[in-house]
Structures are given as structure tokens and as C-alpha cells.
Design a protein around this ligand. Structure first.
Ligand code: SF4
Length: 499
């Protein structure tokens, strides 16, 4: 498909491209040019502003046959010009999606919803509407299809059950601790993850910085009488470091931070090749509530292909070890659409999960993030098409429900195969509180450690200020003292907003 958008400098060019990306295949083209070409679709869309409406008119010409489209949105008479422009932008996206659906015959389940977390939007709308009204609004204004609306509603209801005070929890904070090391780097990875081999000097230096961050943030928390809701260890793979080093981090946390009101501690032990008896003992000693052991797939050839240098047997063995050591809340991540994988491999992975029975499962859709090795070398890999990945997602979702897992958080990323989503499922009462908090952005999350991004949220606002720590261990070590002071300054600012 070749489309020529004949208004060369259209003000909503970026949005027009984003909607086109939902449909395009490798060979499809969208050009912004005034010229005409016989075999191309020629598109023109104009906006007209009235006192209380925005009208968008479109025309598509192919082989000298023209088709017309119109879409009108009524608006309040009091809107400023800027606000009207925003409505017009939505209206253009709306009409453009309809045009592309007609041209391709393909329907987009998520409609024109791009660039905002669907559940976050749902929560926002819920502040002023009933759930039924939110559902109607999403269908009418964003063209979401009923299956996705029902999914969002179910997730939002579940989240409010897990955290009944979700809308009032904004005076507390959660902590994210980033440990930037992994045994090896996976091909699809864009996280701050550095191979741990031969870098022990750096690990020691990094830990020194992290201990200092914990101490200083601990003092700030005490001075401002702020409670901590959850702590989450991510990275990298936190269990890449030695048991003793892990133990020292927990000791430091307990020394400087009042954890009396803590609702949950999670430690990602994603790579099974990092899990040892000693490390599980440390996790138990400090009463860690949840861990993650991430198979991603149970097909060995795929693991080898994507550079996860561990075996399927190791995943199963470490899962049983954790169970034997009384870890009773284990999450497992799967990725759908890994190179070479089809329904058969997914079914096999699901069968393994049926045997293991983890408490929660996160189903990711393969995303081609710009910086990953896999994306840069996409031509080398066997990648699945949109239709098949959608079938696989349906299979995973059906399997989850049949096995009593319910969806409790969801997010979408750019460049996901099939324009799908990532969904976290859990058994009753086994949901991760942190996962809900980080997704819905209802409280400040203070990031400590390498590559950790603090999300600073002034209470009772929809503002999110990102404050990233350096990604590279070397830079982190060199600059951490200044970084901590800056972060505390920002924290004081956002919490003063409400004072
Ligand atoms: S285990 Fe996770 S963090 Fe580590 S390299 Fe692989 S994808 Fe990245």
C-alpha cells in the first residue's frame, strides 16, 4: 500500500504517522507530497472550526475514484484556540483511522489510543464519570473495541480491590532499586544491564553508591515522615550479585528506613542461572514477599537464539528450589512472538506453566525497541506476522482464565508486534501492588541505583516528573553524590506543592 498525503506540511504529521504505523507492513509507504501517482491512495483531510464544533472532512482518491469522509465533534463554546486545536487533532486521528481501516480491511482494537497508558486514562476518566460512561467515552472518542474496553474495566476494578486507597496513596512513596548487572545481555534487551563477568570492581563501587543513596533517602523519609508502601528490586537481574552483597543492601535498608508500613517487597530473580540456595536464604531472612523467575519461553532453541544463556531445565529446577525454600509467591514472565516461535511453542510454554503453577504470570508481546540488538539485526531473525501473534495472545489469555489467573495490569509499548499489549495476570490475592502503582502513576516512586528512574508525582496531580539516575555503573559511581542532592531537592519541591 502506498499512500500520498497531499498536504505536505500538515500540522498533525506526527500523529498521522503514528496511526499509519498501526497498519503498516514492511513494504507500505506513507509520503507527504503534493504530487499524485496512479497506483497510490491520495489523501486530503481538512479541519474547520465553528463556534461549538470541529468538523473534519477527508477525501481519498484511488484510480480516479473518490471517497468522502466526515467527522464532527461538538465542543464547548468556552474552549480556547489551543484546546480546540487538541480536539481537532483527535478528530483528524479519528477520521484517518477510519480511512485506513477501510483501505486495509483491518480493525484496530485499541482505536486511536496511542501515547497514554489505557488503564491510567480509565482511572483519570473515572474521577468524573461512572464506569459505564467511561466505557462509552472510550468507544466513541477513542474507537476502542468492546473486547479492550471490557478488559480495561476488569483490570481497573481489580486494581481498586487490591489497593482500595489507590487514589489517596499519594503522600506515601515506593522505592525501586536498580541493580544493573546480568550474567549476559539478551538480544532484545534495552534495560540498563551490564555483563557481570570480570566487573567486580565496578560492582563494589556501585554498591557503595547505592548504600549512600539508601542512607540519604532514608534520612529524607524520616525527616518528612513519609511512609514506604512497596520496595521493588529490578535491573538488570538483582540476584546477579553475591548473596552477601544482597544481604548488605537489605541490612542498609533496615538500618535507615522505617519499613513498618511496608505492604510488599519484590525481588526480580529473572535469570534462573543467578539463583542459589544462599540467595534464597537471604530473601527469606528479609521476608521478601514475591520473586520473579522468568522463563520467557520453555523452548531451548529460542533461549539460545536470543542470548539468554541458561537452560529450560535450570528454570524448572530453580523454581522447585524456591518452592522448597517456602517462597510462596512467584511470578513468571513469558514473551509472545520471540523469533522462530509460533502457537506450538507457546502452547508448550503454557503446558509447563500448568505444571509449575506460579502465582502470577506476565505475558509480554515482543517489542522491537530501537536500541536492542534484535531490532538492529531484524533481518537475521524469523519474525511472526500480525495475525498469528494475535491468535497467540488470545490463546495465552484463554489459558490464563481457564487456570484462574485474572488480568490486573496492562501496558503498551511502541513497536509491539500486532499492536498488542503486555498483561499481568495473577491468582486471587497474589497481585503485585508495586506493579499497579508504577503503571497507574498514583504515587511517587523513588529510584535508587543504576539506571533507576524516579517518577516524581506531586500529590493530587497528573504530573509525572522523571528523574533518571545514570545508566552506566562508572558514571553512576562518579556522580552519585550530586545526583542524590538533586533528587532530594526535587522531592522537596513536589511535596511542597501540596503543603
Ligand atoms: S535478563 Fe533481563 S535485564 Fe538482563 S539482559 Fe536479559 S532482558 Fe536484559
Amino acid at each position: 500500500m502506498k499512500i500520498i498525503w497531499q498536504q505536505k506540511d500538515h500540522p498533525f504529521k506526527r500523529e498521522i504517522e503514528m496511526i499509519f504505523d498501526l497498519f503498516k507492513t514492511e513494504t507500505d509507504q506513507l509520503l507527504f507530497e503534493e504530487k499524485a501517482e496512479e497506483e497510490a491512495y491520495l489523501v486530503n483531510i481538512d479541519e474547520q472550526y465553528g463556534k461549538d464544533f470541529v468538523l473534519v472532512k477527508g477525501e481519498v482518491i484511488k484510480n480516479q475514484q473518490a471517497t468522502s469522509y466526515t467527522y464532527e465533534r461538538s465542543v464547548s463554546m468556552n474552549l480556547t484556540e489551543e484546546e480546540k486545536r487538541k480536539v481537532a487533532k483527535q478528530a483528524v486521528k479519528h477520521l484517518w483511522l477510519k480511512i485506513l481501516e477501510d483501505i486495509t480491511g483491518e480493525k484496530q482494537d485499541w482505536g486511536i489510543l496511542t501515547g497514554i497508558r489505557p488503564t491510567k486514562l480509565y482511572h483519570q476518566l473515572l474521577q468524573e464519570m461512572t464506569m459505564d460512561q467511561v466505557d462509552q467515552f472510550l468507544e466513541k472518542e477513542y474507537l476502542l473495541r468492546p473486547n479492550k474496553i471490557a478488559l480495561l474495566r476488569e483490570i481497573v476494578q481489580r486494581q481498586l480491590k487490591v489497593i482500595p486507597d489507590l487514589y489517596e496513596i499519594n503522600q506515601e512513596v515506593s522505592l525501586y532499586i536498580g541493580i544493573p548487572f546480568c550474567p549476559t545481555k539478551c538480544a532484545y534487551c534495552t534495560f540498563p544491564a551490564y555483563s557481570i563477568k570480570g566487573r567486580n570492581g565496578t560492582v563494589d563501587g556501585f554498591l557503595k553508591g547505592l548504600h549512600l543513596e539508601i542512607e540519604k533517602i532514608g534520612k529524607w523519609l524520616k525527616e518528612s515522615s513519609r511512609k514506604v508502601t512497596t520496595i521493588y528490586f529490578g535491573g538488570g537481574t538483582p540476584t546477579s550479585i553475591e548473596a552477601e552483597q544482597l544481604d548488605q543492601i537489605f541490612a542498609q535498608l533496615n538500618q535507615w528506613i522505617d519499613l513498618a508500613d511496608l505492604r510488599e517487597i519484590t525481588v526480580e530473580a529473572g535469570r534462573p542461572d543467578t539463583i542459589t540456595l544462599d540467595k534464597i536464604n537471604v530473601l527469606n531472612k528479609w521476608k521478601v514477599d514475591r520473586i520473579s523467575i522468568n522463563p520467557q519461553t520453555f523452548t531451548q532453541e529460542t533461549l539460545d537464539l536470543i542470548g539468554r544463556h541458561h537452560t529450560v531445565e535450570e528454570t524448572i529446577e530453580k523454581f522447585h528450589l524456591a518452592r522448597k525454600m517456602k517462597i510462596d509467591n512467584i511470578n513468571m514472565d513469558l514473551i509472545i512472538g520471540l523469533p522462530g516461535e509460533r502457537t506450538e511453542q507457546l502452547q508448550y510454554s503454557l503446558d509447563q506453566l500448568t505444571n509449575l503453577q506460579p502465582e502470577s504470570i506476565t505475558v509480554h508481546t515482543m517489542a522491537f525497541k530501537r536500541a536492542s540488538y534484535l531490532t538492529k539485526n531484524k533481518a537475521e531473525y524469523d519474525i511472526i506476522d500480525k495475525d498469528e501473534i494475535r491468535k497467540m495472545m488470545d490463546l495465552a489469555s484463554r489459558w490464563a482464565r481457564e487456570h484462574h489467573y485474572h488480568p490486573y495490569y496492562l501496558y503498551r509499548q511502541k513497536n509491539m508486534l500486532g499492536n498488542l499489549e503486555n498483561v499481568g495476570y495473577a491468582l486471587e490475592n497474589r497481585e503485585s501492588i508495586y506493579n499497579i502503582l508504577i503503571m497507574e502513576e498514583k504515587q511517587t516512586i523513588i529510584g535508587l541505583g543504576c539506571g533507576a528512574v524516579s517518577k516524581l508525582i506531586p500529590p493530587n496531580s497528573n504530573i509525572v516528573i522523571r528523574f533518571p539516575n545514570p545508566k552506566e555503573p562508572k558514571v553512576y559511581i562518579e556522580t552519585i553524590e550530586t545526583q542524590i542532592d538533586l533528587k532530594i531537592e526535587k522531592l522537596n519541591e513536589i511535596f511542597q506543592v501540596v503543603a
